[in-house]
Design a protein around this ligand. Structure first.
Ligand code: TYM
Length: 339
């Protein structure tokens, strides 16, 4: 349910912890761009989240620019949306600390992403990785964001954001923070790994063959789709026939998301098609949609000073919204500011 007492405002973010994937593009960036103009939109490169696992400093700065370039190349317009990197707005860390004091350890222990990332190594991972969701709640609530478009994997974190807002409001007898709605819709909510349709496509997967990177060229994209794992059956005649066929369903959903249509329409276009027909069609579609974006990303990356300038302007705009909200939060909590 959307909180109607707050002005509609979108916030979302992407970690610069590796190159952008087709999952980031279809599950996030493409949808972010689609929300521009409908309400106020704020998009962030969450570099402070990236350092919850080790990042090479030079590479981190470079990846921060590359993610910004990905947003811009996909159609984010800095005159319509605020685009900035998290670490340039100190209020994120400050509100994050307050939320560390609101969120409960038991809540963090239930976070499936932490369990997946920490695995059997939980004693050795950073404290930041554990507290990651409360910084994410700060990202969102610092702008009183009402809508957060994310892929399915981030749903639990947005639900935790609601829990943090509710506990803060309850503990301090206020209604200061909104109940944010996760926006998770369309065929691209969970783009899967091309080698294993039960696992999410991610930046950090072991093999490069399991993901499409936004910087892959046409040959690589075609090769990866050609080698994508499938079952031996051809495509079904109706979309119901994709149940229990994770790899087939994934390829159909990727096609649908790239073509701005539905899995039903894709099946109607290719009823009973063999992989020898469908995979090349999917590769052609992906190249047609992604090549202009990757070319534009490369062009933007040739002028890092321009990206830095855009991020500086965005950071100023973000600060102008965030700082009064942080100040009010300090007042509510009773943190004395004497100057
Ligand atoms: P990150 O950087 O892992 O991913 C960025 C966005 O891409 C989506 N996504 C996918 N969607 C569909 N299929 C996939 N295979 C896939 N892989 C990634 C993610 O769901 C996400 O929307 N914690 C967040 C970043 C974050 C954030 C925030 C998001 C920090 N603060 C505040 C929203 C609001 C993350 O790690 O995303």
């Amino acid at each position: 349910m959307t909180d109607t007492t707050f002005t509609p405002r979108v916030f979302s973010g992407i970690k610069p912890s590796g190159g952008l994937t087709l999952g980031n593009y279809l599950g996030a960036i493409k949808r972010f761009v689609g929300m521009q103009g409908q309400m106020e939109t704020i998009y962030c490169v969450v570099d402070m989240h990236a350092i919850t696992v080790w990042q090479d400093p030079k590479e981190l700065a470079n990846m921060t620019r590359e993610v910004a370039a990905g947003y811009l190349a996909a159609g984010l317009d800095p005159s319509q949306s605020i685009l900035f990197n998290q670490s340039q707005v100190a209020a994120h860390a400050e509100l994050g600390w307050i939320f560390n004091c609101v969120a409960r350890v038991g809540w963090m222990n239930r976070m499936t992403q932490f369990k997946d990332k920490a695995g059997s190594n939980a004693e050795k991972v950073s404290l930041g990785l554990y507290a990651y969701p409360s910084l994410m709640a700060a990202d969102i609530l610092l702008y009183h964001a009402t809508h957060v478009p994310v892929g399915e994997d981030q749903k639990q974190h947005v639900e935790l954001t609601r829990d943090i807002a509710a506990k803060f409001n309850h503990d301090y007898k206020t209604d200061f923070f909104p109940m944010t709605t996760p926006v998770i819709e369309g065929p691209a909510m969970r783009i899967m790994n091309l080698r294993d349709g039960t696992k999410k496509m991610s930046k950090s997967g072991e093999s490069d063959m399991e993901r499409i990177n936004m910087t892959d060229d046409a040959d690589k994209i075609a090769k990866k789709f050609k080698k994508a794992k499938t079952d031996p059956e051809p495509l079904p005649e109706t979309v119901e026939g994709l149940a229990d066929r994770p790899e087939a369903r994934n390829l159909v959903e990727i096609y649908a998301a790239l073509d701005d249509t539905t899995p039903e329409a894709v099946i109607a276009q290719y009823p009973g098609a063999g992989w020898g027909t469908f995979k090349p069609a999917l590769a052609d579609l992906a190249v047609a949609k992604l090549a202009p974006i990757s070319e534009e990303m490369a062009r933007l990356m040739d002028d890092p000073a321009e990206i830095d300038r855009i991020l500086a302007v965005g950071s100023d705009k973000a600060r102008a919204i965030a700082e009064p909200i942080l100040k009010k939060t300090y007042d509510i909590v009773g943190l004395l500011r004497s100057s």
